[in-house]
Design a protein around this ligand. Structure first.
Ligand code: ADP
Length: 529
């Protein structure tokens, strides 16, 4: 089907009242209308919902939208109904409906009134629903929060793994639309593989948030005082403070209140009424600050959040990006301040210890990236965007000076010779070590694994003795970000040589490095036990 440009804009105006498409929306809508499998990667707030809602409203039949969160589905259905005079235009199908309600939903779908049907994956799997959906016209299938399909995402849901099979049972040639705000290459690959949409037309928006300022401070005994001081300097502005535990949320909210900050706690342990009243107080600006666990934020659309503080470092860069992303949605200032102590990482590792081995390996690899992010002295924005598969140039890119490391750069030193040593050793060992063991080989520290490969007998073993392990770790990370090396994901982080690294070995050139920040790992103050 070919849809003229003017029709699309008319439809956008007619259904949503918007004059222009946002970002990549128009291309996505066209791709869906053409019946292509389509993959959409856009940061939160990018306008993903419209990408499938508009073509659903324009087409014959019902679009099925799979989403993991019942509350979000309800919001979306209300919003769509609000745009039209017809309640039946959008429905949720879930287990909370009674018989009469289910009958109504089915009638509306059969008669062609319903354009959007929201379902949770568990409801879609139900035999009676599959049987019913086989008999009606489905325009396409949109899988929202598609990263839930991947163990490498921050929110793995095993039920998502079944989706491809179920879709196949509902119909043979239903176009599939995957949407996510998680941009790591590995998660993308998993989504494409699991949804079986290898030829999908892919749209990926930039993840750069130029108005956000990123800062990491060491977490010491006086972290609470530091947070109070920061909030007082930003008096009257809205902000969120994230903590790992409910207990810590309660304590910190109290400390803030005692110190004259208008703050409320929010976590899943509070009853529903308190949670919704605290959320409303924040939205209505009766309070300035919400101290919260990660339970807070899903679907919160307060555009003028001016700061997001992480009292505890999150368990992955994705989580950090999602949570900090709640600041400055209106395009205005957004200060993202995280407190970091290595002890917190160890604590997060301990949480994982009871989990299956593969999950632990993934969790560990994700945490190592958080460590690298916290300790790095290269631009934080560059680091984050690199993590999401995007190259960023601080000189020319928007927001290039908006982080602590760029504002207060550490001195750079020439590391050409040491970069050569490091890359030579990656090659010399046939690229089989993860970062820790690689550094051990460089500084000549034996262990069972290294000895079992007889790497300790190689001439290059210990060739970098003249520097400390922390130095080599920093150099390694910077060579990764610069693209000379890469981390292999299948093997949970083995360091491999890129063609640029091979070239460097042949023709070494200047490589300016900055040493990582040194965080005192013995300082366990401020850590809640
Ligand atoms: P996402 O699902 O990617 O997080 P949403 O679909 O919730 O993003 O959209 C974010 C916001 O952008 C919403 O408030 C939505 O109304 C608005 N929006 C979406 N498309 C447009 C557009 N074309 N013009 C103006 N506002 C838009």
């Amino acid at each position: 089907m070919s849809i003229a440009k003017v029709d699309l804009h008319d439809a956008l105006k007619k259904y949503f009242g918007f004059n222009k498409f946002k970002g990549l929306q128009e291309g996505v809508v066209k791709s869906i209308l053409e019946g292509n499998h389509t993959f959409v990667i856009m940061p939160t707030g990018g306008g993903k919902s419209l990408c499938y809602q508009l073509p659903a409203l324009m087409q014959e039949g019902t679009a099925i939208v799979v989403s993991p969160l019942i509350a979000l589905m309800k919001n979306q259905v209300d919003a769509i109904r609000g745009l039209s005079n017809e309640d039946g235009i959008a429905h949720v199908l879930n287990s909370s409906l009674n018989k009469t309600e289910i009958k109504r939903v089915k009638e509306d779908i059969t008669s062609g009134v319903t354009k959007l049907l929201y379902v949770a994956p568990e409801s879609l799997t139900k035999e009676e629903n599959v049987e019913f959906l086989r008999t009606v016209k489905i325009s396409f299938m949109a899988i929202d929060e598609a990263h839930c399909i991947s163990e490498w995402g921050h929110d793995f849901r095993p039920e998502y793994r079944n989706l491809r099979h179920i879709i196949g049972r509902i119909g043979d040639d239903i176009p599939i639309i995957g949407l996510t705000a998680t941009a790591t290459p590995k998660v993308q690959e998993d989504i494409i593989k699991n949804l079986g949409i290898s030829g999908a037309t892919t749209f990926k928006a930039s993840f750069n948030r130029p108005n956000l300022f990123y800062e990491v401070r060491p977490k010491t005994k006086t972290v609470d005082v530091d947070i109070i001081r920061f909030i007082k300097q930003n008096e009257g502005k809205s902000g969120i403070v994230y903590c790992l535990s409910r207990k810590r949320v309660e304590e910190l909210a109290q400390v803030l209140q005692v110190n004259g900050v208008k703050a409320v706690p929010y976590h899943a342990g509070l009853d529903a009424k308190t949670r919704s009243s605290h959320q409303d107080m924040f939205l209505m600006e009766d309070v300035d600050v919400v101290v919260a666990t990660i339970a807070f934020g899903m679907g919160i659309d307060k555009p003028d959040v001016r700061f997001v503080i992480h009292h505890d470092i999150p368990k992955s860069i994705e989580s950090y990006y999602q949570e900090t992303g709640r600041a400055g949605r209106d395009g205005g200032e957004g200060h993202c301040l995280a407190y970091y102590a290595y002890k917190d990482i160890e604590k997060l590792e301990k949480f994982m210890s009871g989990k299956p081995v593969a999950e632990q390996e993934i969790g560990h690899a994700l945490l190592q990236e958080v460590v690298a992010f916290a300790e790095t002295s290269i631009s934080r924005r560059k680091f984050i965007l690199h993590y999401f598969g995007e190259e960023f140039d601080n000189e020319t890119g928007e927001g290039g000076d908006m982080d602590d490391n760029v504002r207060n750069p550490k001195k750079k030193t020439e590391a050409k010779d040491n970069a050569k040593i490091l890359l030579d050793i990656v090659k010399g060992t046939n690229a089989k070590y993860k970062s820790k063991d690689l550094v051990n080989v460089i500084i000549g520290k034996e262990n069972a694994l290294i000895n079992s490969h007889k790497t300790n007998e190689q001439p290059f073993f210990g060739k970098g003795k003249h520097e400390e392990a922390t130095y080599w770790m920093a150099l390694l990370r910077q060579l990764l970000v610069a693209g000379y090396l890469r981390k292999d994901i299948e093997t949970y982080g083995v360091i491999k040589l890129n063609p640029e690294g091979e070239d460097f070995i042949k023709n070494p050139k200047s490589f300016m490095m900055t040493e990582d920040h040194v965080f005192d790992s013995n300082d366990d103050a401020g850590i809640i036990t």
